[in-house]
Ligand binder design. Structure first.
Ligand code: TSB
Ligand code: ZN
Length: 325
């Protein structure tokens, strides 16, 4: 609905690519190095982010202004060498999957694209999922860090663009000075766990640097080549952290539609063979499995649930209690 094309990009790239993107210089500590067994002893890096791979996809073809905004999404596994002391449950892990997207657009398209991203974030965090006691999310503008790449004026411009978008949104936001990505400032969306600790989930980032480093270009209406701008965005953030927050906020009780154990069929009298047989039939119905012809695939628009059966010879009350846990 939001116009993304899903891609799957490689997990490892030559060191050369990470040098080009600036990760080798500014993000090396967070990366795992990989070495081949070949005599050339090439050095590779396991990707901590999808952006450089997406820049290569963009660069692969001659692009025209009428292809923009070009939106690429990717659920690849990412690896970051997080300090062992920083690892925490599902919220900070070394392998995770972002609901990642990179939008390649013209300067005129930035505002509209950023607003679309924020709209999706708002739908996710105020309509579909709510976290914590005081439901809701907070927004922060994270600005230029010490290890930034690129030109100071470009950074100031990017920060001003984000600030303007936040002001126009009419929502409350805070300044988080120096916490931007090395390639650009960002709007971070945070939700709180039951202890009141805030976790960064969604993020929308404005980047003028990677297009420069990868010499990305598109042909404009006037037949001249121009540089696109890249917007990095993730709405869940990572599936792992998001799931961790979701479990924390509802004490393990999933919303029904997301629950991996939606229903338990419990025959009252497990000694009665007929009753147990009917219960098994009901289970199959709930699972959407047609007993008569098991070779038929389950239709996409059919009702099917994650259902189980508990026909152990235990008291009903005991089995209900067990199912609820
Ligand atoms: C959004 N390149 C951008 C991307 O295009 C990027 O990687 N941004 S990020 O570094 O801010 O990460 C995005 C989200 O991934 C974070 O907001 C956070 O929710 C999640 N994340 C980051 N590191 C971890 C980790 N170690 N474990 C779990 N989730 C993480
Ligand atoms: Zn990115």
């Amino acid at each position: 609905k939001y116009g993304f094309q899903e891609v799957i990009t490689p997990l490892i790239y030559r060191k050369l690519l990470w040098e080009q993107s600036g990760h080798w210089e500014n993000y090396k500590e967070d990366m795992f190095r990989v070495e081949g067994h070949d005599t050339l002893k090439q050095e590779y890096g396991l990707k901590p982010m999808n952006c450089p791979g997406h820049c290569l996809v963009f660069k692969r073809f001659d692009r025209s202004y009428n292809e923009l905004p070009l939106r690429l999404s990717d659920f690849s596994a990412l690896h970051r060498n997080e300090a062992s002391g920083a690892l925490s449950g599902l919220t900070r892990v070394r392998k995770f999957h972002q609901d990642d997207g990179h939008i390649f657009c013209t300067p005129e398209q930035v505002e509209q694209e950023m607003n679309q991203c924020l709209k999706l974030v708002d739908m996710c965090y105020s309509k579909i999922f709510t976290f914590g006691e005081e439901a809701g999310y907070s927004m922060e503008l994270s600005t230029r860090p010490d290890n930034y790449i690129g030109d100071l004026n470009v950074w100031n411009h990017a920060e001003n663009v984000l600030q303007e978008i936040l002001e126009k949104s009419g929502k409350i936001w805070k300044l988080n000075e120096g916490d931007g990505a090395f390639y650009g400032p960002k709007i971070d969306i945070k939700v709180k766990d039951h202890n009141g600790k805030a976790h960064q989930v969604a993020t929308v980032q404005l980047d003028f640097q990677l297009p420069e480093r990868f010499e990305l270009r598109y042909k404009d209406k006037d037949n001249n080549y121009k540089r696109p701008i890249v917007i990095h965005r993730a709405v869940f953030g990572s599936v792992e952290r998001f799931m961790g927050m979701l479990m924390d906020s509802n004490q393990g009780k999933w919303p029904f539609w997301l629950n991996p154990r939606q229903a338990m069929v419990i025959p009252v009298n497990t000694k009665k063979i007929e009753q147990v047989r009917v219960s098994h039939d009901l289970l199959m119905k709930l699972r959407g499995i047609d007993n008569d012809d098991s070779a038929t695939p389950v239709a996409l628009n059919s009702f099917h649930f994650n259902a189980d059966i508990d026909d152990r010879a235990e008291p009903v009350g005991y089995r209900i209690k067990d199912a609820l846990i």
